[in-house]
Design a protein around this ligand. Structure first.
Ligand code: SF4
Length: 381
């Protein structure tokens, strides 16, 4: 029989870990001490947790997994963005598996990518926050692969291989944060999180919701909910559920096309929902949380980047009082779409602005390491 896997530290709250350690004969308050070591001090080896008894350090080492999987590869882009390929499976735990092997489609099995996107404070990134505030944004994955299969995106090419747990989601943020804390980075910590990596977060809310709680908890990553963005292609029950949580995260609706007909050509799940229904759900989210919904729009050359599309998009944005983030498409080998011309991009933005819509052109970060939007899980040339 397979031994049962050890519990993963990052799946837990101080209360739930208190129950676990009590079951191992340790005082419940050990859990709070461990949380302080991990989130406060960045220590994940229990043998280094100096205020714990030697016996308890040994028990924790034996029974609790702190870091699951391992980083298979780190890639650094010329603009300061970098991404980590994290292998979660048994093969990734094999110390002899030095080189990850991509399959014939260029995918890695049971692995996800997370990206650090720095802006400001010594970085050239164009996405510094309002008034140029420096940011260190972690882009997290919520699933291995993606069930949606958008026609422009590498993450959905092989379908869904599985859901990440809450702990696996939080561990990505913790790892990127620790890198900042130990690398001499001038900001020195994570400031923002976006759920825009692999997967559709609303299709894995069972893990995403507890992960959001840990990311925002004072005992956890201690991030403001307002600095966290959850994106979705539009899953109405998920949007409703998120609105009920008392966690005022920013909701980003990946609209990507200004009408249902066009949308269904690029987002398979758009067949199940109309833009009208999404507008109603987003209004509900605003009423529940007070947070305006952002619209994400990927500009695909010759497909959805014409001025008539911009005018249609402006009408949707005005109904929602939404800001629009425009993203230039980044080519993915084997997919049919093209990067839009600069002329079309600027004309598109101007049409929106002329209609009173706040339209921001997102800087394309990490293109040279396939870390930009729609490229995650792509092995690269
Ligand atoms: S764009 Fe998002 S929802 Fe669509 S396939 Fe890629 S990861 Fe999935």
């Amino acid at each position: 029989m397979e031994p049962s896997p050890r519990p993963h530290f990052f799946d837990h709250t101080p209360d739930s870990l208190g129950d676990v350690v009590a079951g191992w004969g340790m005082p419940r308050f050990r859990a709070k001490q461990v949380f302080h070591w991990v989130y406060g001090r960045g220590v994940v080896d229990p043998l280094e947790m100096g205020n714990l008894s030697a016996a308890d350090r040994g028990r924790l080492k034996e029974n609790l997994a702190f870091i699951r999987g391992r980083v298979l590869r780190r890639q650094d882009a010329s603009d300061g963005t970098h991404k980590l390929l994290v292998g979660w499976g048994a093969a990734a735990d094999d110390p002899l598996a030095l080189a990850p092997v991509a399959d014939k489609n260029g995918f890695f099995a049971d692995a996800t990518e997370c990206v650090m996107i720095p802006a400001g404070a010594g970085r050239s990134g164009g996405d510094a926050g309002p008034r140029g505030a420096a940011r260190r944004t972690a882009c997290l994955s919520s699933q291995v692969g993606c069930p949606v299969g958008c026609s422009f995106c590498a993450s959905g090419l092989g379908g869904l291989d599985g859901n990440l747990t809450a702990g696996q989601i939080v561990q990505q943020a913790w790892m990127l944060d620790r890198e900042l804390k130990t690398s001499g980075d001038p900001v020195g910590r994570l400031t923002n999180v976006v759920f825009m990596g692999m997967g559709e977060p609303m299709a894995n809310l069972k893990a995403v919701v507890p992960a959001l709680r840990t990311l925002t908890a004072a005992w956890g990553m201690n991030l403001s909910a307002r600095k966290i963005t959850v994106s979705t292609v539009g899953v109405v029950p998920g949007i409703r559920r998120l609105g009920e949580l008392d966690l005022p995260v920013t909701l980003a609706l990946s609209l990507h096309a200004p009408n249902d007909e066009l949308r269904r050509q690029i987002i398979p799940w758009a067949s199940f929902v109309t833009i009208e229904e999404l507008v109603a759900a987003c209004r509900g989210y605003f009423e529940a949380t007070g947070r305006e919904v952002t619209l994400e729009y990927i500009l695909l050359g010759g497909f959805n980047d014409g001025p008539q599309h911009a005018a249609e998009l402006a009408a949707v944005a005005k109904r929602l009082r939404s800001n629009v983030n425009l993203i230039r498409y980044n080519e993915v080998r084997g997919l049919p779409h093209q990067r839009p011309s600069s002329e079309n991009v600027h004309r598109f933005q101007k049409v929106l602005r002329d209609r009173g819509v706040n339209a921001h052109l997102r800087a394309s970060r990490g293109r040279d390491i396939a870390a930009a939007c729609g490229q995650l899980r792509y092995a690269g040339p």
